[in-house]
Design a protein around this ligand. Structure first.
Ligand code: ADE
Length: 255
């Protein structure tokens, strides 16, 4: 039996029930059952000491909305970590953009802590003293960091050894090689008159691999040409791209 190291992710949130469901299905459910992934959700309010368990307050200097108070967040982080080292990451639209590469990088740590920002933001002293990294999942503003934290957990977990079965391997996926994945098909071979490309039924593995590469290049060129700059491309890939560009450039777009 292979031994896999497990990863622990602590999530600090004001809305723990948001995490029920999304993290308890499919691959993440299996990973937790198999002890590969240990997810622990903590209610920040439980760490507020005042009578009303306040977690937010008005901003100094005026302005709209409420700010997350520092004390409950500091207590939560210190109590949960208890002296253990782990990167403490804030989910915020001001963070660096979360990508495939960032997910891969975070998966190298045995433990992570994610803090879900809410309201108009967190007291700056939380940023200064507790947070090592800030992540945004895209250039839009969510109502809070919870959905973003779920996205991060899901994408990071895929890189924890053993989480994906052999059949779900991360190697061929879009982004893995810097390209988007090409079209995929399953049975039936003909559906509503539309055929699966003949090459895929040919059993000729070398031809299939060439076709898949060509389709990935074509799809990336059309949808995300920016990715081609960082992708590692062979001379054959470059030749295919020149050909696709030429075809796309033709007025009638002949196939
Ligand atoms: N909180 C609100 N919007 C967010 C975003 N785009 N990414 C991460 N956390 C957020």
């Amino acid at each position: 039996m292979l031994e896999y190291s497990q990863m622990r992710i602590d999530i600090l949130t004001l809305f723990p029930t948001m995490f029920c469901g999304a993290l308890q299905e499919s691959i993440l459910k299996r990973a937790q059952q198999r002890g590969l992934l240990h997810l622990v959700i903590h209610q920040i309010r439980d760490y507020a000491l005042d009578r009303h368990q306040m977690t937010d307050d008005l901003p100094y200097g005026g302005g709209v909305g409420m700010i997350m108070k520092p004390e409950p967040v500091f207590r939560a982080v210190r109590t949960v970590l208890g002296g253990t080292q782990a990167p403490v990451i804030l989910l915020t639209p001001q963070g660096r953009t979360f990508t495939h590469a960032v997910a891969q990088e975070l998966a190298q740590h045995p433990r992570l802590m994610l803090i879900c920002g809410h309201y108009e933001g967190v007291d700056e002293r939380v940023r200064e003293r507790l947070i090592i990294d800030e992540l945004s999942i895209g250039d839009y503003v969510l109502t809070g960091g919870e959905l973003a934290a779920m996205v991060v957990v899901d994408a990071v977990a895929r890189f924890v050894p053993g989480v994906l079965g052999a059949a779900e391997g991360a190697h061929d996926d879009s982004y893995a090689g810097g390209l988007l994945e090409g079209p995929q098909y399953t049975r039936p071979p003909v559906f509503e008159g539309r055929q699966v490309p003949e090459v895929l039924l040919s059993g000729d593995h070398a031809r299939i691999a060439r076709w898949k590469r060509a389709m990935a290049l074509q799809r990336t060129l059309v949808r995300r040409p920016d990715l081609l700059e960082a992708a590692s491309l062979s001379a054959e890939d470059e030749a295919l791209l020149r050909e696709f560009r030429r075809t796309l450039g033709e007025p009638d777009g002949v196939e």
